[in-house]
Design a protein around this ligand. Sequence first.
Ligand code: IMP
Length: 438
Amino acid sequence: MANIVIVGAQWGDEAKGKIVDYLASDKEMVVRYGGGNNAGHSVTVGNKEYKFHLIPSGILNSETVCVISDGVVIDPGVLVKEIEGLHAQGLSTHNLKISSSAHVILPYHRLQDALEEKRRGDSKIGTTGRGIGPAYMDKAGRIGLRLGEFVRKDRFEARLKALIASKNELLQNLYGADPLDADEVFAEYQVYADYLRPYVVDTSRLIYEAARGEKGVLFEGAQGTLLDIDLGTYPFVTSSHPIAGGACIGTGIGPTFVDGVIGVAKSYTTRVGSGVFPTEQLNEIGHYIRERGHEYGTTTGRPRRCGWLDAVILRYAVQVNGLSCLSLGHLDVLSGLDTVKICVAYKEKDGTLITQMPTDLPYREDLEPVYETLPGWKEEVSDVRTYEDLPENAKRFAKRVEELIEVPIATLSVGPGREQTIIFEEVVRARCSKRRNG
Ligand code: IMP
């Protein structure tokens, strides 16, 4: 079986958890490879909704080994709560493994995140406030604390206290904030360390073995392509690598082990936080999408900015992730509109058309989206289970997306439930079920 990466093709919140949950049952292992508890995945099974921030959605399959790998930054208090929440719902975490190389988010990271956003004023990023950026800054600055050291009784206290002493200088002198009490932080965090210790292992070896095995591995991306620190709409991005390549960097497997990449996109576009959004609809269309799509953040509850589907962005996602196929979701949200639009290019002031994503998009407020307008469909589609039963105009919309991005659609989703997914078995088989190497 193949090793597959699931990646967000837009600005995050594409409902990747649902496709991960669907594919996980066949896999030996599901690996979360980047980001932290800035992410939020909801998976609906029957009439029960499960919410995750750090634990891979694959945990709902009791046979699947779930790994939080090196590329993730972990807020220990949040992870403990998530594990406890699963136990309270009768779910087991015996198959959960956490990388000893993953970095720990500490209280000063959250403080720094909030204080830095305040300092930026109008040019703030609109972060989730979870300390993600500062934790990755410390990792790159080689002053981070890794899980392996966090759970070592002989090392944690001294390391933490030294780190807090130097961070207090920053908090007081740069931001004019109160210092942290190192003893208090240690008392709280050593409880988390004790709780998490049994889960912490060298995950890169485990992943390597599973990637060579019969059933294969599913790599679960968080956030989305356009939030990538290098390839996204910088500086309004997160601080990790949500793109498919991040699955290699964040886990320690080589690129030859990746056999397929599934991009996940909504039938429209959303974004939270600041930054460029060419197809944003600050009008009744945006409102219609937000209310029908329940477009409020899983993590922060913030209303998401909403707009039409942007094929320029999707083509870029095809390019930088090497997408094998696309999972197109939230088709049901667009029901009831007279017409639906897809952005196919951007237009400069002098009329020049741009059909490929410009790297200076974050500063191109001058660009105007060029839309193709398609007829809408009035029918509700959330009960439709086969492609044939979809309204003709919904089929036409999906076909047009496929043509514009030159990548086949593997699944079409008409609601949050497991059963509300139309699967194109032949596409999944052809693109995502065979080992290419080794
Ligand atoms: P941070 O990751 O909290 O530093 O936030 C940086 C930017 O990424 C902000 O615009 C956030 O709203 C956005 N972001 C981070 N995680 C997610 C996510 O899971 N979904 C959507 N946007 C996200």
